[in-house]
Structure formats: structure tokens, C-alpha cells
Design a protein around this ligand. Sequence first.
Ligand SMILES: NC(=O)c1ccc[n+]([C@@H]2O[C@H](COP(=O)([O-])OP(=O)(O)OC[C@H]3O[C@@H](n4cnc5c(N)ncnc54)[C@H](OP(=O)(O)O)[C@@H]3O)[C@@H](O)[C@H]2O)c1
Length: 230
Amino acid sequence: MRIAVVGANGPTGRHLTDQAIAAGHEVVAVTRRPGSLTPRPALTVAVADATDPAAVDAAIGGTDAVLSALGARFSKEAVTTYSASAKAITEAMAGHGIKRLLAVSSSIADPNWRPAGAHFFNHVLDPLVNRRLGRTLHEDMRRMEAVIRETDLDWTLVRPSGLFEHSVVTDYHTADTSADGVFTARTDLAASMLRELEEREYVHRAMGVITTAVKPNIAKLIWNEGVKKK
Ligand SMILES: NC(=O)c1ccc[n+]([C@@H]2O[C@H](COP(=O)([O-])OP(=O)(O)OC[C@H]3O[C@@H](n4cnc5c(N)ncnc54)[C@H](OP(=O)(O)O)[C@@H]3O)[C@@H](O)[C@H]2O)c1
């Protein structure tokens, strides 16, 4: 398959690109920073801001599916990256007759998601980090989900929990709507998207994905995701 990966130079996008190429796909990496990707025969780089309809239209033409792993930062201001890129991507897909879309969202987009037994997370971290500091980001993620749900595309919303880096793909779990767990390795998120691309188990649904085989080192996670990434 020829796959457009939006946000291809991001942490998840890089795993998606590497795993897709390793699985024999061709990848069109849609990115604002083309120089940051290692050239490979199965990789084409398309420079585009994902919120720019004309740039997205030019970038994804000729692909069979679009996988979006783009992300925005927490902000006090309104975030529009998710919904604006969803509009640009879905309109360009409709124009080109590309049907299959997988877009990374978050477990937070499920209003009923409360992972079992995670008392500190549910009562302290989630209200403070996700629902307060990340409020405007998650509002726009929900707008993105609404934009995608209204299309005639074969869409799947992919909802991971807290992302962390792990070197290999594990025996991850997926579930309808959201999955009962606090963490998701980015390798597993990428692998679940590529498997869903083939298996189509969650077309027109949200797929939760979590990692249970390994747990992240919390100090390292806060450093990597909260301090280093800024
Ligand atoms: N962190 C978590 O715990 C967590 C939990 C659940 C869900 N998620 C979601 O999972 C997704 C992937 O997260 P991640 O940490 O792997 O990636 P990320 O750091 O959020 O960023 C992914 C990429 O998106 C690209 N991007 C942003 N705006 C763009 C635009 N207008 N046009 C083109 N590219 C754009 C960025 O490219 P540039 O390099 O050009 O800026 C970046 O490389 C995100 O949507 C995130 O919100 C995260």
C-alpha cells in the first residue's frame, strides 16, 4: 500500500513510518520539517502544513490511505490544529477518492474513560494534567473526532493512553471506544494502526490501544514528555 503518514517526523510518526516501510508499504511522509527524516527508497517526503488544504491536497494525492499521528502542545489559548487538519485531510481525501483514514486521538476523548485501579491517575494526574492543563487541546481533539465522524470515509479514531517510548512492539491490547489502561507505548500505537489498516476491525469506530506488558519509568516519562519535549 502507499500510505500518507501525517506528522511523520513526530515521535509516533517515526515509528509508523519505520514499521510501515518494514512491512513492505511505501510511505509519503507529510511533514513541515523535511530535513529531519532519513531518506529511504520506500519513502517520499511531502512538505505540508497539515492545516493548509492546498498543501495537504497536493501531498496525499496517489496514496491508498492516510494515517495521522500529528499533535499539538498544551496551551491556554484555543487549539485548532486537530480540527483544522482533520478538515483539510478529509476534504482532500474525498477529492482524491481515498477512503481509509486512521487518526490518532486520545483515551481522554472518551468522557467515560477511567482506568480501573489507577486512583492517583484518576483523582490527581488526569484532572490536573489532561482536563485542566490540556483542556483546550482535548477540546480540539473532540472537534477533530466530530469532523471525521461526519465524513463518508472509512475512518478509525485511534485512542492511546499516556504515551511512552519503548524499543519494541509488545502484546498490546485494543478495545472498542477506549481501553482500560493508563499507558501506551508508541511502538504499540504504530503497530496497532498498521494492523487495523489491514484488518479493518474498527471501521467507523474508536479503537482504544494500551500497553500492559511493560510499564514506563515514571521519572523518565515526565522528563521525556514534560520537560525535554517542550
Ligand atoms: N503524550 C501523550 O501522553 C498522549 C496521550 C494520548 C494521545 N496523544 C496524542 O498522540 C499523538 C501523537 O503524539 P506524539 O507525542 O507521538 O507526537 P507529537 O509530539 O504530539 O507531535 C507529532 C507531530 O505533529 C506535527 N505537527 C503538528 N502540527 C502540524 C501541522 N500543522 N502540520 C504538520 N505537522 C504538524 C509535528 O511536526 P513538527 O515537527 O513540524 O512540529 C510533530 O512532529 C498526538 O496527537 C498526541 O496529542 C498523546
